[in-house]
Design a protein. Structure first.
Length: 308
């Protein structure tokens, strides 16, 4: 066999091998980056991973559990050393995380929990209940403890949606003069929230306030209210996005609750690094990060899901 023939044979053999990640690659899997919250997570995780000397593989599951499972298969086949995940469903994601664990690849969850423990190494989530209570207390004060209001609820398969709604109601329901006249999911979507808000407003023209499960839906609701000439309606969101910050500063949406997406993702990467080096994070699997109220007093300090 000539040298040229041997070289061609080697090249052909390499082409048939599965795609492999570079040494020490961390996969970062989140919902769509169309939502700035999830983009901040991905950016924060990638920045910290690269700072610590890792390569990164940034992937998006679009809240589709089947797609998420396929992405896990790809990450496992590529030989990543760890996975940072904001999952596509509390129940539906358990199998994917278990699959990675079975392949000796540790997963570190952010933002959303799964329904099983002992499968992921860490589950780092915002204290959604505490944050919702902060938002509800501000909402009650802005409403003057009375009036009709509507609630926009997040995606039903997302544990956070239920926790935030419960936190809101555990505060608001203590005020008998506050009456919820409409409650509907808008699936975390700005477009869907716009349509839902239009319908709510038509059915309840005397509505005084709207409390939303996230900022994206709050922005959709505010756009619908503006279009209807109802900028008198009080809107409170949850996340701490730059879009809502700008609305607050412009006198639109009144408040939001900051959950530190960027810092949370970086914390997950640091724990992954610690685990890979020592076999332990030294911390409990489930970890809560407190949220912070953002309103006209401190909105100017908010930048990319962090108070400067």
């Amino acid at each position: 066999m000539t040298f040229k023939t041997r070289l061609m044979a080697a090249a052909t053999a390499l082409m048939t091998l599965p795609l492999m990640a570079s040494a020490d690659t961390i996969a970062i899997i989140t919902p769509s980056h169309d939502n700035p919250f999830f983009k901040a997570e991905a950016d924060g995780a990638a920045a910290k991973a690269e700072e610590l000397g890792y390569e990164t593989m940034v992937l998006v599951h679009d809240d589709d559990a089947n797609k998420q499972s396929e992405l896990f298969d790809s990450a496992i086949a590529a030989g990543v050393v760890a996975i940072i995940l904001d999952n596509a469903g509390a129940d539906a994601s358990v199998a994917a995380v278990q699959k990675a664990k079975d392949a000796d690849i540790p997963s570190f969850l952010i933002d959303r929990e799964i329904t099983e423990t002992g499968v992921a190494v860490s589950q780092i989530v915002s204290n959604n209940y505490q944050g919702a209570q902060l938002g509800a207390e501000e909402f009650v004060a802005l409403m003057g403890e009375e009036g009709k209001y509507a609630e926009l609820v997040g995606k039903e398969s997302d544990t956070n949606a239920g926790i935030r709604s419960q936190g809101y109601h555990d505060v608001i329901d203590q005020y008998p003069e506050l009456e919820m006249v409409a409650q509907q999911t808008a699936n975390w979507s700005q477009t869907e929230a716009f349509t839902v808000m239009e319908s709510m407003l038509q059915a309840n023209p005397d509505i005084k306030g709207v409390i939303s499960g996230n900022d994206t839906m709050a922005m959709g609701a505010w756009a619908a209210l503006e279009a209807a000439g109802r900028t008198d309606v009080i809107v409170v969101g949850f996340d701490g996005s730059n879009d809502v910050r700008d609305s607050i500063l412009a006198g639109g949406i009144k408040a939001t609750v900051l959950q530190p997406a960027y810092a949370q993702a970086q914390m997950a990467v640091m724990q992954a690094d610690q685990f890979l080096k020592t076999g332990s994070t030294g911390l409990d699997e489930k970890q809560l990060m407190d949220c912070v109220l953002v309103n006209g007093d401190n909105a100017g300090q908010l930048e990319t899901f962090a108070l400067q």
